[in-house]
Write a protein that binds this ligand. Structure first.
Ligand code: GTP
Length: 308
């Protein structure tokens, strides 16, 4: 379990603990403890379980969300709900005088909390709509996070194979492109693996930025990415890939006090009728290999250059 996000919520954690302490203080100062014989242990179990589960929800909420409006609304809402639950639970152990106001207000925070939780959930739904739109280029139609590459947070080649196979089965126009960072090995050796990872992430982001929402971008291998572009003609797909190459070429990747520039070798193919996934990828890889040879002949071996 990753507890890093918990550190981002000191105010929410203090607020939750304060609510628990407040409930304990109110009950213990206004009420007097009941003898054990008068405690209804079934109620203790039911009401205590509800409080414990609310605290557990709260914990997972803070563990899984960054700070923001949704998190605040849900936390405050859950705290109100928990406050009512705690008062209900604690009155199993405390008896209040006739004129005490505490039992009268016991149920008020819960519905108020429900309203806040509902508003928070609605905003969460809207947030998910935005995030899903952002994710679409990364994941096509299925969410299988065990297939995600941890460096770039893109899906791996296996996922692309599945999606490409599906696309080819459905028929219809579709282009596939592969982009490969030139001289990545040299960059790795000069600047180190962690910088190489950072470059892979930056390039992945640039590809995503230049892809359409309906495209799928995956990490294919080491420094190689693959794009599935449904409904594009070969000319349109080639233009899109050129734009990606141009975006990467103009990226001044800062490593220490140096700006390092990179080029890509790219290949694009359009799926032929009844072509298998394997045949299409073979065609794509052959074209990429040919393109690499042409680039080397044209520009020589060194294409990555740095400016101090
Ligand atoms: N930093 C980092 N490097 C990786 C990762 N996966 C593979 N590599 C490195 O990527 C490099 C790929 O080397 P090559 O296939 O020769 O690619 P290249 O140097 O760009 O050569 P050309 O494509 O011919 O220009 C190797 O040094 C691998 O160690 C990774 O996840 N992170």
């Amino acid at each position: 379990m990753n507890f890093a996000l918990l550190k981002l919520h000191p105010r929410m954690i203090v607020f939750t603990l304060s609510i628990i302490v407040l409930a304990l203080l109110l009950c213990s100062t206004i009420g007097v403890t009941k003898p054990w014989q008068q405690v209804d242990w079934w109620d203790v179990l039911g009401e205590g379980g509800t409080v414990l589960l609310t605290i557990l929800w709260q914990f997972f909420l803070l563990l899984s969300r960054p700070p923001g409006r949704v998190t605040t609304l849900l936390t405050v809402g859950l705290c109100c709900f928990m406050f009512s639950g705690l008062l209900d639970f604690l009155d199993e152990f405390f008896r209040y005088p006739e004129e005490a106001w505490l039992p009268l207000i016991e149920n008020i925070p819960a519905p108020f909390g429900m309203i806040l939780i509902s508003k928070g959930l609605y905003l969460w739904y809207q947030e998910m709509q935005v995030l899903n739109a952002q994710l679409r280029r990364r994941e096509a139609n299925v969410r299988e996070h065990q297939n995600v590459d941890w460096v770039t947070r893109l899906y791996r080649a296996d996922y692309m194979h599945e999606q490409l196979r599906l696309q080819l089965e459905q028929g219809g126009r579709c282009c596939v492109a592969v982009v490969d960072i030139d001289q990545f090995d040299a960059f790795n050796r000069r600047f180190g693996h962690p910088e190489g990872d950072r470059l892979l992430r930056e390039v992945a982001e640039l590809i995503l930025m230049n892809a359409r929402l309906t495209d799928l971008v995956c990490r294919y291998a080491g420094d190689r990415f693959i794009l599935l572009m449904p409904q594009l003609t070969f000319t349109q797909a080639s233009l899109q890939v050129q734009q990606i190459a141009s975006a990467v070429k103009h990226l001044a990747f800062k490593s220490g006090d140096m700006a390092v520039f990179h080029t890509l070798t790219t290949a694009v193919v359009e799926a032929a009728e009844d072509e298998s996934c394997e045949a299409l990828l073979r065609r794509l890889n052959t074209q990429l290999a040919q393109q690499k040879v042409t680039n080397q002949e044209l520009h020589g071996a060194t294409v990555c250059h740095a400016r101090g």
